[in-house]
Design a protein around this ligand. Structure first.
Ligand SMILES: [Zn+2]
Length: 156
């Protein structure tokens, strides 16, 4: 069990994605990606935050981490899972599952106020075709929840 699941509000993007079982058809349609440092640096930042929170709460062991990731961050869940498995080694989060929830993108046109779902990399307003848009959602990177086991007090 590698313990990593991606859940999503956009099933076509994240459905059935699990570490070790790559289902990339939809993601590949977005074009090839060359670098994986993106996910690695995100995983490192997540681990750092997870361990800080665990320490604050006297957790000896982190068992699960829930992360909200905005669609516009263009994270490849498999890459983030793999990076997570690398960075968690040797820490209190060594056995922690990473659960990724995708936040769908939402944009609003500054010209006409139309709200829509932008399809990266095209952000033009579908109503008036202006490129002046405000991103309302989709840029999240939120540590939503951490589960773990508390340190045992005393000798027990
Ligand atoms: Zn518009």
């Amino acid at each position: 069990m590698s313990g990593c699941t991606a859940l999503g509000a956009t099933p076509a993007l994240f459905a059935g994605v699990q570490c070790g079982r790559l289902k990339l058809h939809r993601l590949q349609a977005r074009g090839p990606r060359k670098e994986t440092m993106h996910e690695m640096s995100i995983a490192a930042a997540v681990a750092e935050q997870v361990l800080a929170v665990a320490k604050e709460n006297n957790l000896a062991k982190v068992t699960q981490v829930r992360l909200q990731v905005g669609e516009l961050r263009l994270i490849v869940p498999e890459a983030l899972c793999a990076a997570w498995e690398a960075v968690r080694e040797g820490t209190a989060a060594a056995g922690a599952r990473l659960e990724i929830t995708e936040v769908p993108a939402k944009a609003r046109c500054r010209k006409c106020g139309h709200e829509y779902h932008p399809e990266w990399p095209v952000f033009l307003c579908p109503a008036c075709e202006q490129a002046s848009v405000e991103v309302l959602a989709g840029e999240e990177l939120v540590l939503e929840e951490i589960s773990g086991e508390a340190e045992e007090a005393g000798s027990g």
